[in-house]
Design a protein around this ligand. Structure first.
Ligand SMILES: O=C(CO)COP(=O)(O)O
Length: 134
């Protein structure tokens, strides 16, 4: 079995997701990477995306909230080849009601060789690389 949507040689669409305890960090990070983020088609889970739209002023398509199926929607976008990268600031210290959805999303992102950051340091490295390529 081969899952391939051709990994993102050129990234166009990025999803931004953060667990509750990491939302402030992602909003702050998005502020400091605002000009680069603005070049992409942005998607986010409901609460995360709403905060990024309001507090950072970026144009972002908000899907459902994570616990209500937003993670599953992002996983479906990856499976359909409609998403190139996922920046997912994960909280490793809290139990989540939708843990199975989080696992599924990470599995799908791995399966399709999606550019994936699950913490701030990696997201920053990815963006530093993007900056060097432009
Ligand atoms: O729960 C999430 C990811 O698992 C994020 O969802 P929200 O952005 O709606 O809080």
């Amino acid at each position: 079995m081969n899952a391939s949507n051709s990994p993102a040689e050129s990234l166009r669409s990025i999803a931004l997701v953060a667990h509750d305890q990491k939302k402030d960090a992602l909003v702050k990070w998005a502020h400091s990477h605002r000009s680069v983020l603005a070049e992409f088609d942005l998607y986010g889970t409901g609460t995360t995306g709403g905060r990024i739209a309001r507090e950072v002023g970026l144009d972002i398509t908000c899907l459902k909230s994570g616990p209500l199926g937003g993670d599953a929607q992002i996983g479906a976008m990856i499976a359909e080849g409609r998403l190139d990268a996922l920046l997912f600031f994960i909280d490793p210290l809290s139990a989540l009601p939708h843990d199975v959805d989080v696992k599924s999303l990470l599995r799908i992102a791995t399966l399709y060789d999606t550019v994936l950051a699950i913490n701030e340091a990696t997201a920053s490295r990815i963006f530093a690389q993007l900056h060097n390529e432009t």
